[in-house]
Write a protein that binds this ligand. Structure first.
Ligand code: SAM
Ligand code: SF4
Length: 317
């Protein structure tokens, strides 16, 4: 379906939980969040009905996210049933990778084609600091398990945080020389409560181009990233710049939260509920959500924070 600004909406991101086994400082409070009562959350059946409703409107790609989707007990079954919905060409997952050693292969066998894995640093102490709970060894084991499982594509997501990992742009980028993975540098977004970092932590993705002058341009792959490559690299380097160069004109997605709210835009307060509805009613709500997509999310900086009313773990980054 096409929205009011001529954008074809083909992609739905589904957050299956707000919970997470890590506590990244830019995303979640140290003590986590209160667990929402089960009855407020979408059941697996409702999630799959939502995928069916979305497919009937032309959605072809689903990304399962969270919170941490791999802490959800029925995650393999959700992925398998979503991948089996006629019209859905691709089911992908965004994960912190901690549970990939156990789950990479079952997810691949369930039909998940691509994995995005978050990794902000290659330094063990810094990893423990930024995630407050995880270890770099666990993340590395997760990445190895994903490589072994043979997904079509593995992308590493790195949020650039000034004073934290801007000195690691080159070693992180050079992962694409050693492994068949892409890396995407993502600008830190000033979410609802902003986590621990203030305006000084925000740095534009242009820094990556300064640090890596040898980068070669690569043609776009239909995602919102600007793509580059190190000479002879096995994978690409993507720049996702929601703050410095918003990409709303190319936005092709809607989002569904774990409590059943459709979000027409990541940064707007607008939410349309599908909880408790049947597939036909969900379809009607999705049409409303697509029609409600704003032309752009408005200025985003520390004075103009996201209007989402939620942190990233509650929307699904
Ligand atoms: N737990 C999974 C993970 O970390 O990949 C999936 C959910 S997480 C919310 C999705 C992505 O959002 C991660 O790559 C994370 O780094 C990113 N993220 C979280 N808070 C952010 C923020 N304030 N600005 C930019 N990216 C953020
Ligand atoms: Fe958890 Fe992902 Fe948020 Fe980190 S970024 S706290 S792994 S949901």
């Amino acid at each position: 379906m096409t929205d009011n600004y001529g954008r074809e909406i083909t992609y739905m991101r589904i957050s299956v939980t707000e919970l997470c086994d890590l506590r990244c400082r830019y995303c979640m409070p140290e003590n986590g969040i209160c667990k929402m009562p089960e009855e407020f959350l979408l059941s697996e059946e409702e999630v799959i009905n939502a995928v069916r409703a979305a497919a009937s409107l032309g959605i072809r790609k689903i990304r399962i996210t969270g919170g941490e989707p791999l802490v959800k007990k029925n995650i393999v079954s959700i992925c398998k049933n979503a991948a089996a919905v006629p019209g859905i060409e691709e089911v992908c997952i965004t994960t912190n990778g901690i549970k990939l050693p156990q789950l990479a292969l079952p997810l691949k066998e369930a039909g998940v084609k691509r994995i995005n894995m978050s990794l902000d640093t290659l330094n063990a102490e810094k990893y423990a600091y930024i995630t407050r709970r995880g270890t770099l060894a666990q993340a590395a084991e997760g990445l190895r398990a994903a490589l072994r499982a043979g997904f079509e594509k593995i992308k590493i997501n790195t949020v650039l945080v000034g004073g934290f990992n801007d000195d690691e742009i080159r070693p992180l980028a050079e992962l694409t020389m050693r492994y068949p993975v892409d890396i995407r540098f993502i600008e830190l977004m000033p979410m609802y409560d902003g986590g621990e970092f203030g305006p000084g932590a925000y740095i534009s993705n242009e820094r990556v181009l300064e640090v890596l002058p040898e980068l070669q341009k690569v043609s776009p792959d239909g995602s919102v990233a600007r793509l580059y490559k190190l000479p002879e690299a096995k994978g690409n380097i993507g720049l996702i710049s929601p703050v410095s160069a918003h990409f709303c004109a190319e936005c092709n997605r809607i989002r569904l939260t774990s409590d059943g709210k459709l979000k027409p835009c990541l940064h707007s307060a607008d939410e349309i509920s599908i909880k408790g509805l049947d597939e036909g009613q969900m379809r009607q709500q999705m049409i409303k959500a697509i029609q409600a997509k704003p032309e752009w999310h408005g200025a985003l900086d520390w004075e103009n924070r996201s209007k989402s009313g939620r942190n990233m773990n509650q929307i699904g980054g």
